[in-house]
Design a protein around this ligand. Structure first.
Ligand code: URP
Ligand code: ZN
Ligand code: ZN
Ligand code: ZN
Length: 467
């Protein structure tokens, strides 16, 4: 039985075009777009007609950086694949790329299988995986080829967190050389973790234990230095590089300098670095713990550089690094010792709205909003044009978006499984109305109509197109 849906009368916005058009969907895919009111579009018959008059019709968001159920600091990120993907759908995101984790001493295979087991049958939207390499050795290097062949085509390495996820420069170089040969992409957490650990120890010994010291020891210079080193190692290996969660102006300058030389170096930032700052980390009564993540929040004057980078394409992607920990019982593990606060912020539900607000505030254009939140992450990670755009042949992952609906971000109304909002009380204009995932309605006029298990694993193409 084939099913047909038509979305009528909305302003279709993609990364490249804006036009008032009708969209015809058949069996979960977009089959045609045509000018609203044209004889061609008027002739379409459908089982379901969605009236999008006065609304935008945009591709579903692609969040290329989430951590559902991540084990970290003796606890687990509080969103499961079920709660986290439902919240993503509420926020207009229809694909996540989550990070499977290789544990030290274990194989990539074991790590990936464990992530498949967590996600399978539970997701409300489609999902894919990157792999975190915590133990780069002869056998894990070989396994990288196997993962690429299974559609897990990107690998995160950490220059931070010695003793946990950390890789040294030799391990990083080997992994980059491997990815240069197999079409994989190395994603880098660029902070000098060895130096940071010295500063952590000194801060704690001096009694500087509050959350704000998390930001003070994780210095801008140590993000910039690691970013520079990652770029040089990638050059030596002849590999493309994607730097995750760029937060500092000086780190961005390293990426911009590399890109000016024509190197295949890419960068992502996250809403928390664009909208929050060290002021939040300094909130009294341990409230600052809600804003502990790494890379850390920076002084407010870094934000303008990040917005500029997003406009000039020195930064290509905004993803969330969604990694929620409840204030009660989880963030509290670090009372009296900021280094024990689990790192990460909730945000998978808020990204599309915050970036739409940035359109209204004049930081980016409407099409750039779709580029950095949908098209670029899909392209970067081998999901395009199946995901990230509205075009014939693409999956019908589509959001009907009301650009005029004003609402307030709050723990009281959010769907993420966490006991606070990092954006509590912030008013934004623009809200998701209806969401389709492969043509199925998962949010219908602000009611959740999806189901756990609708979402499918999406194997990704290699990242060879980046070089
Ligand atoms: O603080 C963060 N970002 N937590 C998640 C792990 C990571 O480094 O991305
Ligand atoms: Zn990281
Ligand atoms: Zn992360
Ligand atoms: Zn409306």
């Amino acid at each position: 039985m084939s099913s047909r849906t038509v979305i009528r009368g909305g302003l279709v916005v993609t990364a490249t075009d804006e036009l008032t058009a009708d969209v015809l969907i058949e069996d979960g895919r977009v089959v045609a777009l045509a000018a609203h009111g044209s004889a061609y579009a008027e002739g379409w018959t459908a089982d379901t007609v969605i009236d999008a008059t006065g609304h935008y019709v945009i591709p579903g968001g692609v969040d290329a950086h989430t951590h559902m159920e991540l084990p970290f600091g003796g606890t687990f990120a509080s969103d499961t694949f079920e709660t986290g993907t439902r919240a993503a759908a509420w926020g207009g995101t229809t694909t996540i790329v989550d990070f499977a984790v290789q544990s030290v001493g274990r194989s990539l295979r074991e790590g990936l299988d464990a992530w498949h087991a967590k996600a399978s049958g539970r997701c409300a939207i489609d999902y894919a995986f990157h792999m975190i390499l915590s133990d780069v050795n002869e056998s894990s290097l070989k396994e990288m080829d196997l993962l690429v062949s299974e559609g897990v085509t990107s690998f995160k390495l950490f220059m931070a967190y010695p003793g946990v996820f950390y890789s040294d420069d030799g391990q990083i170089l080997r992994a980059m050389q491997r990815s240069a040969g197999n079409g994989g992409l190395i994603m880098m957490h660029a902070e000098n973790g060895i130096a940071i650990d010295v500063l952590v120890e000194q801060a704690l010994a001096a009694g500087r234990t509050d959350p704000r010291h998390h930001g003070e020891v994780r210095k801008v210079l140590l993000e910039a230095e690691a970013t520079h080193r990652a770029v040089q190692l990638a050059r030596v290996a002849g590999a493309p590089l994607y730097v995750v969660h760029v937060s500092a102006r000086e780190a961005l300058a390293e990426l911009a300098a590399a890109r000016d030389q024509g190197l295949p170096v890419f960068g992502e930032t996250c809403p928390q670095y664009l909208f929050l700052s060290t002021d939040n980390l300094a909130e009294p009564d341990f409230e600052g713990a809600k804003y502990v993540c790494s890379t850390p929040l920076r002084p407010r004057d870094h934000q303008e550089a990040l917005w500029r980078g997003l406009r000039t394409d020195d930064l290509q992607v905004v993803s969330t690094d969604h990694c929620p920990f409840c204030f009660q019982g989880q963030k509290e593990l670090g009372r009296g010792d900021f280094s024990k606060i689990p790192n990460g912020l909730p945000g998978v539900e808020n990204r599309m709205d915050l970036l739409h607000q940035a359109v209204l505030d004049g930081h980016i254009t409407r099409r750039r909003w779709i580029e950095i939140a949908c098209a670029a992450p899909a392209r970067m990670f081998g999901l395009y044009p199946k995901k990230g755009t509205i075009a014939p042949g693409a999956d019908a992952d589509i959001v009907i978006y009301d650009p005029n609906a004003r609402h307030t971000l709050s723990v009281a109304t959010q769907h993420m499984n966490v006991d606070y909002s990092a954006y509590e009380g912030r008013s934004v204009t623009g809200q998701v109305v209806t969401v389709l995932s492969r043509g199925e309605t998962v949010i219908d006029r602000r009611r959740f109509t999806g189901r756990a298990g609708h979402g499918r694993f999406v194997p990704r193409e290699t990242c060879q197109h980046l070089t």
